[in-house]
Ligand binder design. Structure first.
Ligand code: PEP
Ligand code: MG
Length: 899
């Protein structure tokens, strides 16, 4: 049987059978727009008759170098007959003409990135016929001139301005302000002018044959899959190039047939806040692109009942049916032709992170979806966006009081952004990428060609357009703060400046925009991180996530204030406290240096005794903040030279003192320099650090363990439940633990005896060296827990210096595809991951109850979290700010792979 390239509106079952029944594959074949048109038809909604040419046909066309695959064209002609029959009209028939639109539609929506042509089928004859039929000459010639312009621009590749310039002059000549002021006769005249524009530019006439129009438009849609805008968009959204676009040929219905007609776009809930109210715009006597382009001022959908009560009522009912059917917020396009409502499109609406979360939670409460579905629907990136910076309240007030409020527009995509302004996409992208500037792109309105600049910007500001304009839709999807329609701003693209009232800002000036309120300020306003406590929907969602997860999420925190933040973000323990950070504090560093340079045990002991109280109080604060939860404290890890003054700088000082003949303090400096030089190592990261340092100089860790247990005992006495876990870093062989651990455990016991309290505790180790992973079965004989230090484990497995690799060759390795990803960000499953797997398996053979976690940077990366779930970790530990994201990622892992 001949391959089927084309499906008629009532052939959804055949498409399902062809792909094997899965809806996702139906979307792959028919495109998202097409698939949903079929679905709407199936559930009985008013959809104009249509057919769809598959994405397979597009791929075949592009692969063959622009030839329709065999049979496709005949099938289109056949399907056209089916559409004619259902519509009761005939393509090209002057007495009863059928007009169609030719719309692109890929599996994943790529708003505005590919081509669409409306009013196909109009020519001089059918136009005359339409006038007879409708008695509305104005509408017919308005549609005809639109077809010629769109066809010229999209299919024939002519510049838009060729038509726009003629239109502007023509309107001036006729004294018309808006397009709608032009009379029927004037539009008829305009059609003649437009045809002449085509002839002049192309050297041939606008094609009069409707079938030829359909053929050329379909080809243009196929080709637009490989247009620059579409490719840029796919790169940014990770949509594979191989998918292709479908072509939808849809019977035209007309929103520009008079004031009982109209067209609009709407979201079934507010896409910015998630509020459960219809949200969108419509225009009477207009065609779809007028609304989307934001050229004419639209009306809010809530007022549609006043203009067209019947259609408005039906529309509200349909949006409810659609939400129930798709169990998701929908973004719909509709047209009303002489009072009759037609649905032209529905798809899951793009929305802000905030709206996504609110809608998911609300839909669970409304009984539309399950908690699991709600959790699954929200992405880690969206949770991340919720914790994005906002303006510092005080600074905001000051900016307001200081008269820096420059303009106010529509709050199209939330979040605050501060940056330097640029007036076109290319410059915005260049300044962001090459000059590393924070950029805010400012335009009258944006078009799909501007997407690269929008993606490179921290914020977007337009003076025209509404909440569903191109700028708004794209910004929301990418989480870029955006204000649109700030109509008090006059942008002068030639002078490269923008004026609102008496304030003028020039290219390169700083502004601050708030996509949550729509406000625009001159100058910079400092940003702060929002408080999770106030985000009730997110908290609810994350609590559901915790119910689903198997992995717990802990946090890396060195100070009590970090621990408190981590806990408020939902951390169930501290997975890493890097104790050495406390040594760097200003008043402690000299004592630490004295301790390192000590020449006798006594001298060293004296310095450590001085450090002990401050370490104890650090730990005390941590235990208090984490009352009832485990706290892993890691013993000193870095090489000692990190605590010492810079060798080069010291050397310069010594030389300069010698040259100047300064003697006071010189010998001390010379001695210090000699000591630092004696400590020099060629490869300090592989040298005297971690457990090696503890064995070489046990006094330090002995002090640390004493401080930990004294603090824990004091807390326990105050009624705090303490669960200390002492972590020994950089273990390579069990012999190291055999040497150090018993000494430390003895101190722990002694302190508890001295203090007269007991509590449970653990001693464990980090797995950071491949040898430790390979011999984990041995190591688990002493270690009661493992924590993967995947920063070092990656460094040592690859043999890449973690401090240097990211600065030089790593980028090239990723670009060249030698590495799929930066292994310091996402766990390399085949190599590092294999070692982890082995360590968990071997470790638990020795000690079945072995607690396993991760505290390297990977602990906050969703893909690595999924891997930790698969490996059998008990928890992941990450920075406090990443805890919410990690909680969601942990739940996703459980939903995908089972608990
Ligand atoms: C690690 O190596 O992954 C780790 C957490 O330790 P650090 O980064 O302090 O070396
Ligand atoms: Mg480490």
């Amino acid at each position: 049987m001949e391959k089927k390239w084309v499906y008629l509106y009532n052939e959804l079952a055949q498409a399902e059978a062809y792909v094997g029944g899965k809806w996702d594959d139906v979307r792959g074949l028919l495109g998202g727009k097409g698939a949903n048109l079929f679905e709407m038809y199936r559930i009985g909604l008013p959809v104009p008759p249509f057919f769809t040419v598959t994405t397979e046909a597009c791929n075949a066309y592009l692969a063959s170098g622009s030839k329709f695959p065999e049979g496709m064209w005949d099938q289109m002609i056949e399907a056209l007959k089916g559409v004619e029959e259902k519509a009761g009209k005939k393509f090209g028939d002057p007495d009863n003409p059928l007009l169609v639109s030719c719309r692109s539609g890929a599996k994943f929506s790529m708003p505005g990135m590919m081509d669409t042509v409306l009013n196909i089928g109009l020519n001089d004859k059918t136009a005359a016929g339409m006038v007879k039929l409708t008695g509305n000459e104005r509408f017919v010639y308005d549609s005809y001139r639109r077809l010629i312009q769109m066809f010229g621009a999209v299919v024939l590749g002519m510049p838009d301005e060729a038509f726009e310039d003629v239109l502007e002059d023509f309107k001036k000549e006729k004294g018309a302000k808006a397009d709608t002021d032009l009379t029927a006769d004037q539009l008829k005249e305009l059609v003649v002018k437009y045809k002449a524009v085509v002839r002049k530019h192309m050297g041939y006439d606008f094609p009069q044959d409707p079938v030829e129009q359909m053929r050329l438009a379909s080809e243009a849609v196929f080709k637009s899959w490989n247009g620059k805008r579409a490719i840029d968009y796919r790169r940014a959204t990770n949509i594979p190039d191989t998918l292709g676009t479908a072509v939808n040929i849809v019977t035209m219905v007309f929103g520009n047939m008079g004031w009982d007609s109209g067209t609009g776009v709407a979201f079934t809930r507010n896409p910015s806040t998630g509020e459960n109210i219809l949200y969108g715009d419509y225009l009477l006597n207009a065609q779809g692109e007028d609304v989307v382009a934001g050229i004419r001022n639209t009306k809010a959908i809530a007022t549609m009942g006043e203009d067209l009560p019947e259609a408005a009522k039906q529309f509200v009912e349909i949006t409810k049916i659609l939400e129930k059917h798709y169990r998701n917020m929908q973004d719909v396009e509709f047209t009303i032709e002489k009072g009759k409502l037609w649905m032209l499109q529905t798809r899951d609406g793009k929305r802000t992170a905030r709206a996504e979360i609110k809608i998911a939670v609300d839909m669970v409460n409304e009984g539309l979806i399950s908690k699991e579905m709600a959790v699954k629907r929200v992405t880690p990136a969206q949770v991340d966006a919720m914790l994005h910076p906002q303006y510092d309240e005080k600074a905001l007030k000051e900016a307001r009081a200081g008269g820096r409020l420059y303009a106010k527009g529509v709050n199209a995509s939330p979040g605050a952004a501060v940056g330097q302004i640029y007036f076109d996409a290319d410059t915005a992208e260049k300044m962001a990428k090459e000059q590393k500037q924070q950029v805010i792109m400012v335009r009258p309105f944006t078009k799909p060609d501007d997407v690269h600049g929008m993606l490179a910007s921290k914020g977007i500001l337009t003076s025209e357009g509404g909440a569903t304009s191109h700028a708004a839709v794209v910004a929301r999807q990418f989480g870029v703060p955006c204000v649109v329609g700030a109509s008090s701003i006059r942008i002068d693209l030639d002078k490269r400046e923008a004026t609102a009232g008496d304030m003028t800002i020039k290219e390169g000036d700083w502004i601050s925009i708030d996509g949550g309120t729509g406000e625009v300020f001159t100058g910079k306003i400092p940003l702060t991180v929002p408080d999770l406590e106030e985000q009730k929907d997110l908290l609810t969602l994350l609590n559901w996530a915790d119910e689903i997860s198997r992995l717990q999420v802990w946090a890396n925190a060195d100070y009590p204030k970090d621990a408190r933040r981590a806990r408020s973000y939902g951390a169930k323990g501290i997975g890493l406290c890097r104790t050495e950070h406390m040594f760097f504090e200003q008043e402690r560093l000299p004592i630490v240096q004295r301790m390192i340079l000590a020449e006798s045990h006594e001298e060293r002991k004296a310095a450590l005794d001085e450090l002990l109280p401050s370490q104890r109080s650090d730990f005390d604060g941590l235990f208090e903040a984490m009352d009832g939860l485990p706290v892993i404290i890691r013993l000193i890890d870095p090489p000692l030279h990190e605590f010492m003054p810079d060798e080069e700088k010291l050397f310069e000082d010594v030389i300069s003192m010698r040259v100047k003949g300064e003697v006071e303090g010189l010998s001390e400096k010379e001695k210090l320099l000699a000591s630092i030089r004696s400590m020099h190592e060629s490869n300090p990261m592989m040298g005297l650090r971690g457990v090696r340092l503890s064995i070489y100089m046990p006094e330090i860790v002995e002090m640390q363990v004493r401080a930990i247990f004294e603090a824990a005992a004091d807390c326990a006495k105050r009624g705090i439940t303490v669960k200390p876990e002492v972590m020994i870093p950089l273990t390579c062989t069990i012999k190291e633990l055999e040497w150090i651990q018993p000494r430390l455990e003895a101190i722990a016991k002694k302190v508890m005896e001295e203090k007269g309290v007991t509590f449970s505790y653990k001693f464990g180790t980090m797995i950071e060296i491949p040898r430790a992973a390979v011999t984990a079965g041995e190591i688990a004989k002493l270690a009661e827990f493992f924590s993967f230090g995947t920063n070092d484990l990656t460094q040592m497995t690859y043999g890449y210096s973690r401090d240097d690799a990211e600065r030089n060759f790593l980028v090239k390795y990723v670009e060249e595809g030698i590495l799929a990803k930066n292994p310091f960000q996402t766990i390399d499953r085949e190599g590092v991951g294999r070692l982890m797997h082995m360590a968990v398996e071997e470790g638990r053979k020795t000690r079945p109850e072995l607690e396993v976690g991760i505290c390297g940077e990977h602990g906050g990366d969703p893909e690595s979290i999924e891997f930790c779930h698969l490996v059998g970790n008990n928890y992941v530990s990450c920075s406090p700010f990443r805890v919410p994201v990690a909680r969601l990622a942990a739940a996703h892992a459980a939903l995908t792979h089972g608990k």
